[in-house]
Ligand binder design. Structure first.
Ligand code: ADP
Ligand code: MG
Length: 444
């Protein structure tokens, strides 16, 4: 992809916009590479996303910047200030749980014109966090916090910015970095590239003034805690990233659009794609909440909520729709007929053409039977997610409404790690075929 219209061949040590010295690669996505840089003008560390240069990438980056500008602006509105109070968020520019762009610039590279976007340095994305837990699910107390914060980000995007993210998934939500991650970045930078850094390197160089104040307060609080809980000190750093201070932000607005101005009808990553998008219906901002519910399910269980596959005589889309029917029942016929592509998969009576048998398995039962959740946790969590898992846009709750759900504030002493006991395993494996089918969901 390092060719005409592709990635810019970034070199460690080079300087962007006469100001940002590249120190290390941080990550990459389908459209960009992300670099750890030293902002020589302010003697701070930043992350810079360099978009591929092709015409469509360039104009997509321009749209992304327009969205990021609105994200930066609306923080100051009275309406959001009220929400900051209501949600009990720290009162600073970073408090909308969306990654904040600090600067942007354009430059010519050997493969064409690129756009660079400057952000605060962040840590792991949620996909990496799930990996840390061996894909078995993140402990509930942490998942609950992440679920709440990402939902606040969506409320901000939808209600204040009029933006639909359209690509909510674990890769596009990132955690604040730990100190160890930050020092690791610095340690891996060759000495001679550090020449532009003024004075001793301090962790405050990674953050804005406001964020530094908050970090200081947190540190004080943590010190107090540590002195009461000695054994905490032995915790591995990877575990520490998921301590109470965890902050998570939505990122990657590269596929974002406006609620009243969409750029394309093909949106969302497969497993997180909402039914109206699969069927060619009209989508609105609630399509993000569908993806959000899929993501929260995955964070907690380690499994995709929907993972459609191509069958012998049916395609992925059909498999996906069948999965949805098994979880939430059949769509209403009037709604179905409003979707452009419904005839591809359904008869005019609303029956699927090639997949006939559906084994209904409601979300609450899935949590109880497959993941062995306690009754109350299963009921509350299913009730929370079902607010978004509805066929029709108008039947879904808004992010603001979902934030009121009691699951988000269930007491922490109720939390426990999801465990499937050996006893339960034995029971399942000894059971007949029907039970085995439960695991794969699809029983047609
Ligand atoms: P793309 O549009 O190419 O998918 P993203 O904005 O999703 O670009 O960035 C790609 C990856 O780079 C992300 O999944 C994340 O892991 C990493 N990343 C993005 N922004 C930052 C940041 N500010 N700090 C650290 N890592 C980042
Ligand atoms: Mg991405």
């Amino acid at each position: 992809d390092y060719k005409d219209g592709g990635y810019h061949p970034v070199h460690v040590g080079e300087t962007f916009n006469k100001r940002y010295r590249v120190l290390k690669k941080l990550g990459f996505g389908a459209f960009s590479t992300v670099w750890f840089c030293h902002d020589m003008a302010h003697n701070k560390f930043v992350a810079i996303k360099i978009q591929k240069s092709g015409e469509s990438y360039y104009s997509a980056a321009e749209d992304e910047i327009e969205i990021l500008d609105v994200i930066a602006d609306k923080i100051q509105t009275e309406e959001w200030k009220e929400s900051i109070q209501e949600y009990d968020l720290p009162n600073n520019i970073n408090s909308a749980q969306c990654l904040h762009m600090m600067d942007n610039f354009t430059f010519e590279g050997p493969h064409g014109k690129h756009i660079g976007m400057v952000f605060e340095v962040m840590g792991y994305n949620l996909l990496k966090v799930m990996k840390l837990y061996d894909w078995e699910g993140i402990p509930l107390p942490i998942a609950r916090k992440i679920a709440r914060q990402t939902l606040i980000g969506l409320d901000y995007l939808h209600r204040l910015c009029n933006v639909i993210h359209t690509d909510i998934k674990p890769e596009n939500a990132i955690l604040s970095p730990t100190e160890k991650q930050l020092t690791d970045h610095l340690d891996s930078v060759p000495e001679h590239f550090k020449s532009s850094i003024k004075g001793p390197i301090q962790s405050s160089m990674f953050f804005s003034k406001e964020q530094n104040k908050i970090n200081k307060r947190k540190k004080k609080k943590n010190k107090k805690k540590a002195s009461t809980k000695k054994n905490e000190e032995n915790k591995e750093d990877d575990e520490k990233i998921l301590d109470e201070d965890v902050q998570v932000k939505l990122c990657d607005f590269g596929n974002g659009c406006w609620i009243d101005h969409h750029f394309t009808s093909t949106i969302q990553t497969r497993q997180y794609r909402s039914p109206e998008v699969i069927l060619g219906g009209e989508y609105d901002e609630t399509c993000d909440l569908w993806s959000y519910a899929c993501m929260v399910f995955e964070l907690i269980t380690g499994d995709y909520l929907f993972d459609p596959k191509t069958g012998e005589d049916y395609g992925k889309e059909e498999d996906h729709i069948a999965f949805i029917i098994e979880l939430i029942g059949h769509p209403d016929l009037k709604w179905l007929k409003e979707c452009k592509r419904y005839r591809k998969y359904f008869t005019t009576r609303g029956k699927m053409k090639r997949i006939f048998k559906h084994k209904i398995w409601k979300l609450e039962q899935v949590f109880k039977e497959k993941y062995c959740f306690k009754d109350e946790e299963a009921e509350q969590l299913a009730d929370f997610l079902m607010q978004a898992l509805q066929w029709k846009n108008e039947d879904r709750c808004s992010a603001q409404e979902m934030l009121k759900h009691p699951w988000l504030s269930m007491p922490s002493d109720y939390d426990y790690q999801i465990e499937r006991s050996d006893e339960e395993e034995d029971k399942n494996s000894g059971d007949d075929e029907e039970e085995d089918d439960n695991d794969s969901w699809a029983t047609y």
